[in-house]
Design a protein around this ligand. Sequence first.
Ligand code: ZN
Length: 61
Amino acid sequence: MAQLAPARARICRACDGFAAAVITTGTRHRDGTRVTLRVTCPACQGTGHTTPARRRETARV
Ligand SMILES: [Zn+2]
């Protein structure tokens, strides 16, 4: 019955864990493929997690 902490708690809420979004610009390359821009999530810096480098989170009493 013992369960570990849910993985959901660490997933970035801003991007729901996707970390990066691809945006189509509307223009196309000469071969017909779309020109896309890749934007990383500013909240988690593209990691998809809310606490990317915290080491003190378990230091609570
Ligand atoms: Zn994010």
